[in-house]
Ligand binder design. Structure first.
Ligand SMILES: *Cc1c(COP(=O)(O)O)cnc(C)c1O
Length: 353
């Protein structure tokens, strides 16, 4: 049995769109794609009058090196959001199949599933936000095609132990694709599980340049998985998912100097996370600061609603996460610059007096 047997049959047999850019490139006079022959004003020599390479070599090479995979194990799309959507569309038959999530968690898994009319099976995280592996396995029905695991989890900040992920991949072989969303792994002490894709063909990993790599605005996210899954996703990707200016921004960030700068900032975030966690925990209005492996802290307050408004009045916008049943007293605060974090503490100190 191949992992592809889990995919929608009509996707497996789909004749993909063949774009002009895919059929032929490299000529001197390109008259096959109805593009303008003239470069636009102000595109800094990028040549945006031409359609972009659907999966540009240079970017694939940089990202494959960054993540430690081979190019055929990598799909690059418009943020990991696009990869989530394409996975759901490739694996879930509308009205029949399901995805499994563990709330409280990132919202896009359920949204993408509902857009596809796939059912959403929820296995709530335990009170300490740990994943109950056995409860999860017990909830897997034959309809479940995708199991999303978010580590470190948004919004709790908690990581899933590597051993649990491996156990799930093993137990679900031939049954479901385990999709590990590592959007915040760069801020964690726990290393990526990407090496496990060599061993488990039903394991996929999502990575993004949106958080640690400072490129939320460029929308560059990656799916790392076995070559069969990647080839399947490439069959249904939009014809030209990666705009040239976004690819250029990613290549600059992934250059040696770009990486050095980004890594310095990641270290600052980790340092500031410790400082903020301690300082927030000392405030009288704070009930609890959840331990976090990510670039944010989930903080429980005596009166989260009032704190949210006080921060807002001071021009500071945090995320109200009270809609999650187990976080009804909590706000999620992203770690900013040291100055921004100090402002948060100043406002909250006033709140407490
Ligand atoms: C922010 C976030 C994403 C979205 O990443 P993009 O690459 O910007 O689409 C994915 N997963 C989680 C858990 C996130 O918090």
């Amino acid at each position: 049995m191949s992992v592809l047997d889990l995919a929608r049959p009509e996707i497996r047999t789909l004749q993909p769109y063949s774009s002009a850019r895919m059929e032929a490139g490299g000529g001197q006079i390109m008259l096959n794609a109805n593009e303008s022959a003239w470069e636009p004003t102000g595109d800094a020599g990028l040549g945006c009058n031409r359609y972009p390479d659907p999966q540009p070599d240079a970017l694939l090479q940089s990202l494959a090196a960054l993540y430690g995979v081979r190019r055929e194990q990598l799909f690059v799309g418009r943020g990991s959001d696009e990869a989530i959507d394409l996975l759901v569309r490739a694996f879930c038959r509308a009205g029949e199949d399901a995805v499994l999530i563990q709330p409280p968690t990132f919202g896009m898994y359920a949204v993408s599933a509902r857009i596809q009319n796939a059912a959403v099976i929820e296995v709530a995280l335990a009170a300490d936000f740990c994943l109950d592996v056995h409860a999860l396995l017990a909830a897997v029905t034959p309809a479940v095609k995708l199991v999303f695991l978010c580590t470190p989890n948004n919004p709790s900040g908690k990581s899933i132990p590597r051993a649990d992920i491996e156990l799930l991949a093993k137990a679900l072989a031939g049954k479901a694709l385990v999709v590990v969303d590592e959007a915040y792994v760069e801020f964690s002490d726990q290393r990526s599980v990407v090496d496990l894709i060599e061993r488990y063909e039903n394991l996929a990993v999502l990575r993004t340049l949106s958080k640690a790599w400072a490129l939320a605005g460029a929308r560059i996210g990656s799916l790392l998985a076995g070559p069969e899954v990647i080839a399947l996703i490439r069959r249904i990707m939009p014809p030209y998912p990666l705009p040239m200016p976004c690819v250029a921004a990613a290549l600059a960030e992934l250059s040696p100097s770009g990486q050095a700068m980004a890594r310095e900032n990641m270290a600052i975030v980790r340092e500031q996370r410790t400082i903020m966690r301690k300082a927030l925990a000392r405030l009288p209005c704070v009930r609890e600061v959840l331990p976090s492996d990510a670039n944010f802290l989930a903080v429980r307050f005596d009166d989260a609603g009032t704190v949210y408004l006080r921060l807002l009045q001071a021009g500071i916008v945090v995320r109200d996460i009270r809609r999650y049943p187990t976080l009804q007293d909590a706000l999620r605060i992203t770690i900013g610059t040291p100055e921004e974090n100090a402002r948060v503490l100043t406002v909250l100190n006033k709140e407490s007096t």
